[in-house]
Design a protein around this ligand. Structure first.
Ligand code: NAD
Length: 434
């Protein structure tokens, strides 16, 4: 089968990938391929290698039958994509979201490959997803769905093959069910098959807040000045956004607005993030928080703040709203929040974007540390984990900033040149079998 080298709007030959460029997932994949294409041009990669890097190594679509509480059976689609395994086992989260499709999962898997290479951990990239709204399921339905999905992708995963983790719509409990399902099928406990587990099952201290801690480290490094009084808006108040807001506030920033699926809240004098987290936990969202004004979802992105942290989903900063973004620094907690067109507009307007594969890498770094602890049957203190996380984040940030400065690249371009370059080098050194 011939695979076409990606152009600016490439098509992969995987039959599950439609040519419809209008779905959010297809737009995310298109962005990922454009970023790869740009890095490959910069690196002078040959046609064959580019094609290999543009194509997932393994891609599985499964039907997941689900017995509902009322006895009906629903069937939803699930996916697991291993984009690249040249540098080590595949690694990547599992997303439960109604809009998840094979295109989105492929894009997210590709970003994981560059992210792991960029921060220097020995993993390839993967991602999984189920097209379902987890909030519409009872806890027992969610458990049955998780276990059946895992059973369907069982041949692909394992501590030396592919290690899932939480993403949008999944959490520690989901990881515990996955670990149990895998272990029951294997016949003994295999904690290293997932990361982001509860600590009682071998989860690492520091993993729950790791992505947000990495966002804080990246934001403070990019600010290059005292965070005292720096104003911040955060889109998304889930696992990443809520703690990113908390850690930035702890560092001295003033978090003036946050949003989640329920709505957005704004307090120009600053939000009490801890109180807002307590409200969101009780009320199921930030809306209705009494010490702030309600704000339109899209208005949050355009507030006059120093730092904007998109920490929800893809494609939220586009060519349509990029000219109105007033933040001077965008730190991408989410994967793929900025389209390539918006990236150009932001760069031209002098806004610095700390790209997803750098800014949100804290999660996979501590996932890696969790896996190392599981493989050694040993555990580190929270302080030891935090020092290792900080070292890897700061060292990757320094490398990206130096390369960007040397070659006149944006931080995203530099991050991709480093990540893609390391994966390309691994392919060259390994050679082609047979
Ligand atoms: P989550 O499910 O815990 O939270 C997602 C949040 O986004 C929720 O608060 C939800 O209400 C909100 N949201 C959804 N639609 C929104 C909208 N239109 N406007 C505003 N908010 C909206 O998921 P998460 O784990 O926090 O992941 C968020 C992002 O961070 C994703 O892009 C994910 O891929 C990325 N990420 C997560 C991790 C991790 O460790 N969990 C690591 C790296 C990157």
């Amino acid at each position: 089968m011939t695979v076409m080298v990606p152009s600016m709007t490439p098509a992969l030959t995987n039959p599950a990938l439609s040519a419809d460029l209008t779905t959010p997932g297809r737009q995310a994949l298109d962005s990922a391929l454009q970023q790869l294409h740009q890095a490959a041009e910069h690196l002078g990669l040959d046609h064959g290698l580019r094609t290999m890097l543009a194509t997932p190594r393994r891609s599985l679509t499964v039907s997941v039958p689900l017995r509902r509480e009322d006895g009906r059976m629903d069937v939803v689609q699930g996916f697991r994509v291993q984009h690249n395994i040249s540098r080590g086992p595949a690694k990547g989260g599992i997303r439960f979201h109604p809009a998840t499709d094979i295109h989105e999962v492929t894009a997210l898997a590709m970003w994981m490959t560059w992210k792991c290479a960029l921060v220097g951990i020995p993993y390839g990239g993967a991602k999984g997803g189920v097209s379902v709204d987890p909030k519409a399921l009872t806890p027992r339905e969610l458990e049955r769905l998780t276990r059946r999905y895992v059973n369907e992708i069982l041949p692909m995963i394992g501590p030396e093959k592919d290690i899932p983790a939480p993403d949008v719509g999944t959490d520690e409990q989901t990881m515990a069910w996955i670990m149990d399902t895998y272990s029951v099928n294997t016949g003994y406990s295999v904690p290293g098959v997932v990361t982001g587990k509860p600590t009682t099952l071998g989860g690492s201290l520091g993993r729950a807040g790791a992505t947000s801690r990495g966002v804080q480290i990246a934001a403070l490094a990019a600010l290059g000045r005292s965070p005292d009084g720096v104003t911040v808006a955060v889109q998304g108040f889930g696992k990443v956004g809520a703690l990113a807001a908390q850690y930035l506030a702890d560092a001295g920033c003033v978090v003036v607005a946050v949003s989640d699926a329920s709505g957005a809240v704004h307090a120009p004098g600053g939000l009490d993030v801890a109180a807002l987290r307590a409200h969101a936990a009780e009320a199921g969202g930030v809306l209705g928080y009494p010490h702030a004004d309600a704000l339109g979802h899209d208005d949050l992105l355009e507030l006059d703040v120093d730092v904007l942290v998109p920490a929800a989903l893809e494609n939220v900063i586009t060519a349509a709203n990029a000219p109105r973004i007033r933040a001077r620094l965008v730190v991408e907690g989410a994967n793929g929040p900025t389209t390539p067109e918006a990236d150009e507009i932001l760069a031209a307007g002098g806004t610095t974007v700390v790209p997803d594969i750098l800014a949100n890498a804290g999660g996979v770094i501590v996932s890696y540390l969790e896996w190392v602890q599981n493989m050694q049957a040993y555990s580190w203190s929270a302080g030891e984990v935090d020092v290792k996380l900080r070292d890897l984040m700061e060292s990757a940030f320094g490398e990206v900033r130096s390369l960007a400065g040397e070659r006149g690249l944006t931080l995203r371009q530099a991050a991709h040149v480093i990540g893609v370059g390391r994966v390309a080098e691994a392919h060259r050194m390994r050679g082609l079998y047979p």
